[in-house]
Design a protein around this ligand. Structure first.
Ligand code: FAD
Ligand code: SIN
Length: 517
């Protein structure tokens, strides 16, 4: 029996758990894998916050709105940017060590990334996410009271109940690893912090648990979702077919002076965008794809050989070492790169306190659509969004828990009886089919015809009643449904048959499960 059930232990879930426990609430924190899992652990570039005296909130806000291509919620962007210094302060209090420059003030080392007008990315070398997870998990260990942590526990479904005529989320159905039966866990408040959905695509920078399950579960429970058509493809993942897991080459490498080239050394970003190699991600990803198709090559190249080897190793030790493992010395060789699915801009609609459209259910981190990213996310705004809006959620939860909410259970929950027999299905093959469909029909460049074919293929797939698989497949269908609604090209949605932006599409397509059980 806990006040708060937090689903997911990345930066968003951990921030909620730690802050809520500091506020005196009891928390049960669940994660699908073993800690640390989730995308947070892989974040490289860093976390954006206005730091330099010549920089300003107005500039960070303007850059975020520019990237979002007309679809950001300005009020939410203002909250994001203006609360960034407080979010950084909180991370520092929890023991995160950002890289500093050895000067009198020990100021933070600041990276520059695509779309940012100033250096404003705080980082820990190129292992920012790892350092954040280390610090937050050690805080968790240090706290002996207030937080219970269950690993290897997959949430399959949310539990809702009509209370005083209003739908309320009162818990979740959870399957522990190797358990034959799922169980119902009830809490006064549920926080969804399940991360993104990059693994719906064949090539992705995300870890395997980023499957959009939180989106499917929230949608099925009746929460409104939006902007799922906006999957951000990172332009530069390492092209190394021998690797089992895709590896990211941070955008900060281009901020450091990295130049994109084709195999002949031609700088193909010239003439594509005034910022050339440091143009926004969507533009670079499409240009790389175009150049690969034009030249018939499997990859393009990122060249940092003009920078000193010592500096490369200081700023990017992890990238340097990983490439060297693949027999690429980036101080001497060009880095082979290809785009890969990276960040889900849309998700479960969440307001300025991370409240979804269902009472008692909050969405924090990548699973949420707070409106700050619009049609395209500005680099390094997502770790920031996770901290800012998780702290806002805690403010609201603290207030509402004080109003005397109780734990509502359901006797003989029928969701449990449908699930218990379905925990053992092997779904590797089907997942691969979904990923291939998404890559081929709902990728970096799409067409209405291709999306329709993709949807037909998805509709034919059978999940054999397995809920985890159903969540995976449902999210893929929701993404294609959103992509089919937006008959224009804007931000990350690039449709060959509707290549222009249209004023009438300057809006979000909210999707909501009519069943609303
Ligand atoms: P995650 O960190 O992904 O955590 C999700 C958690 O939910 C995990 O614990 C997972 O196990 C759990 N979970 C999922 N489904 C279930 C389920 N059904 N039941 C139980 N638990 C579940 N952003 C930046 O701002 N700056 C960067 O430099 C940056 N670099 C990146 C580099 C890489 C390679 C990647 C992949 C992403 C990067 N991003 C970056 C994006 C950023 O890392 C993520 O958006 C952010 O970490 C998301 O945090 P989160 O807490 O929402 O989710
Ligand atoms: C990167 O380091 O390129 C990733 C940054 C981000 O996704 O915000």
């Amino acid at each position: 029996m806990h006040d708060i059930l937090v689903i997911g232990a990345g930066i968003a879930g951990l921030t909620v758990a730690l802050k809520a426990a500091e506020n005196g609430n009891s928390v049960l924190l669940l994660t699908k894998g073993g800690k640390p899992d989730g995308s947070t652990n892989y974040a490289q570039g860093g976390i954006a916050s206005v730091t330099l005296p010549e920089d300003s909130f107005e500039s960070h806000i303007a850059d975020t709105l520019e990237a979002g291509d007309g679809l950001c919620n300005k009020k939410q962007v203002e909250i994001l940017v203006k609360n960034a210094p407080e979010a950084i302060e909180q991370l520092l209090k929890w023991g995160v060590n950002f890289t500093t420059i050895k000067n009198d003030e020990n100021s933070f080392s600041l990276h520059l990334e695509g779309g940012h007008s100033f250096r404003r990315i705080l980082h820990t070398a190129d292992l920012t996410g790892k350092e954040i997870m280390r610090a937050l998990l050690s805080q968790l260990k240090f706290r002996s009271k207030g937080i219970d942590f269950l690993e290897h526990s997959t949430v399959l479904d949310l539990i809702t109940k009509k209370i005083n005529g209003k739908l309320r989320c009162i818990g979740a159905i959870v399957a522990e690893k190797n358990a034959k039966k799922a169980k119902a866990i009830y809490a006064k408040t549920v926080v969804l912090a399940t991360g993104g959905a990059g693994c719906l695509w064949l090539h992705s920078t995300n870890p395997p648990d980023a499957c959009g399950e939180g989106i499917s579960m929230a949608y099925r429970a009746g929460a409104a979702c939006q902007d799922l058509e906006f999957m951000q493809f990172h332009p530069t993942s390492l092209y190394a077919p021998q690797l089992k897991k895709t590896f990211l080459i941070s955008e900060a490498v281009r901020g450091f002076g990295g130049i994109l080239k084709n195999s002949k050394g031609e700088e193909f970003m010239n003439g594509v965008h005034p910022l050339r190699s440091l143009a926004p991600r969507d533009i670079v990803a499409r240009a790389i794809l175009r150049e690969m198709q034009r030249t018939g090559k499997d990859c393009m190249y990122l060249d940092v050989t003009h920078r000193k080897a010592k500096d490369i190793k200081t700023y990017f030790p992890n990238i340097y070492a990983k490439c060297l493992d693949c027999k690429i010395d980036i101080a001497k060789d060009w880095i082979p790169v290809v785009p890969a699915a990276h960040y889900m801009c849309g998700g479960v609609i969440a307001d300025s306190y991370s409240r979804t459209t269902i009472k008692g259910l909050y969405a924090c981190g990548e699973v949420a659509a707070t409106g700050v990213h619009g049609a395209n996310r500005l680099a390094s705004n997502s770790l920031l969004e996770s901290v800012v809006f998780s702290l806002k959620a805690c403010e609201d939860i603290n207030k509402t828990l004080g109003m005397g909410y109780k734990i509502w259970g359901i006797k003989n929950n029928s969701q449990l009886s449908t699930l218990n027999s379905q925990l053992t299905v092997n779904f590797k093959k089907l997942k691969k089919e979904v990923k291939t469909i998404m890559w081929e029909h709902c990728g970096i460049v799409r067409s209405t015809e291709g999306l329709k074919i993709g949807m037909e293929k998805l509709l034919k797939l059978e999940t054999h009643g397995c809920f985890e698989l159903r969540n995976f497949l449902d999210c893929a269908k929701l993404v294609v449904e959103c992509a089919l609604k937006r008959k224009e090209s804007r931000g990350l949605q690039c449709l060959t048959d509707y290549p222009e932006k249209k004023a009438k599409y300057l809006k979000h397509f909210k999707i909501k499960n009519a069943r609303n059980r």
